[in-house]
Design a binder for this molecule. Structure first.
Ligand SMILES: Nc1ncnc2c1ncn2[C@@H]1O[C@H](COP(=O)(O)OP(=O)(O)OP(=O)(O)O)[C@@H](O)[C@H]1O
Ligand SMILES: [Mg+2]
Length: 332
């Protein structure tokens, strides 16, 4: 009996990897993380359980992120990560799967090649790439092939990318290597500089999700444990939403400027489409409270957050993989 060939779509993000299996849907949604045991010179864990070790790992264990700012940062680590991923989703079947990987549209040829190489050496038979903005639009709209312009802002963990799509192609695109992880780092730096306290990066991410708010000045508080940089001792500290918002705002304004730059360079023929349809917001960082309203007010344009910003790209990539009408969007 001939075994059916396996097809997978993969959204290989800086922080999160999602996998979609043809005809089954999303089968994997975990952090892009892998752990290395220096004593045994081997990788031994990946995904959520690897990320959970971050910050608590003994010296001989390294918790590694294969991607940085949307691109492969270390090809050896990336190959090991993809090998583990493919091994777990194919349950070590002997048949090599075909994979479609969605990537930021501004990756250069070397960065794109690194993804393909990592996929093949990680155990795939064929690897094709899909640019994130296509996946984002197809993941949330019925049809992107008509001649109306569609503007998509994908703000993930490592990259913010604004793209104008029309007639199944990219008309213009601009990106900035600033996104959710930089907001977390900005929060850490803000409290070091203004309050002389050290906040852990994972706590900074929680504070960002819970307290940052760009459209109201309603004050919320949260208590966390920090390190006092004067006494070097741990202590509890109450953090206010005003401080968190102040910490992230300069970076958010850079994303607003990125969108403004693209809008200001729009060919006039697209002006009506964009002012009628607005901008689609996707990627986990588009969930930052009040970001949609803030962007809308700053640029006087309508914004819509897609239904599932953290899963939208994998749903679009899965659709592209399953529907032949989109095959022209795939590239090697
Ligand atoms: N409710 C929320 N509020 C603010 N930020 C959020 C929220 N939920 C998730 N995020 C942020 O979204 C980011 C993860 O988004 P996503 O999974 O789209 O990124 P990624 O695909 O891994 O990265 P990239 O596409 O940049 O390579 C993280 O920085 C996370 O802190
Ligand atoms: Mg992403």
């Amino acid at each position: 009996m001939l075994l059916p060939h396996k097809y997978f779509a993969i959204d290989l993000g800086t922080n999160n990897t999602l996998v979609y299996e043809s005809k089954r849907g999303i089968i994997f949604d975990e952090p892009t993380s892998i752990s290395f045991d220096k004593k045994r010179s081997s990788y031994f864990d990946f995904g959520l359980s690897s990320k959970n070790m971050y910050g608590k790992n003994p010296k001989h264990i390294e918790v590694l992120q294969p991607l940085s700012k949307g691109a492969i940062a270390n090809i050896t680590v990336a190959k090991a990560y993809i090998k583990n991923l493919i091994g777990s989703i194919t349950r070590h079947s002997l048949l090599k799967p075909d994979i479609v990987v969605s990537v930021p549209s501004d990756l250069n040829a070397m960065e794109r090649h690194a993804v393909i190489e990592a996929g093949k050496e990680g155990g795939a038979r064929n690897v094709v790439l899909l640019k994130d903005p296509f996946a984002a639009a197809i993941g949330s709209l019925k049809d992107i092939s008509y001649s109306k312009g569609i503007m998509v802002l994908d703000m993930g963990a490592g990259v913010s990318e604004i793209t104008l799509l029309s007639c199944n192609g990219i008309v213009m695109s601009k990106s900035l290597r600033i996104a959710g992880n930089d907001l977390d780092e900005a929060i850490v730096e803000y409290f070091k500089a203004t309050k002389r306290i050290q906040i852990g990066l994972l706590d900074a991410e929680i504070l960002k999700k819970e307290l940052a708010c760009l459209d109201t000045s309603e004050e919320k508080m949260m208590q966390i444990s920090v390190k006092n940089l004067m006494t070097r001792m741990p202590e509890y500290c109450t953090i206010s939403s005003n401080d968190i918002t102040k910490a992230v705002l300069p970076l958010i304004d850079r994303v607003v400027t990125l969108v403004y730059t693209l809008l200001s360079q729009l060919p006039a023929s697209f002006a009506n489409d964009i002012y009628d349809n607005g901008i689609l917001l996707t990627g986990g960082s588009s969930l930052l409270k009040g970001f949609d309203t803030y962007l809308s007010q700053k640029l006087d344009i309508v914004t819509h957050i897609v239904d599932t910003p953290l899963q939208n790209i994998i749903l679009g990539t899965g659709r592209v993989m399953e529907d032949k009408q989109y095959s022209s969007l795939l590239s090697k």
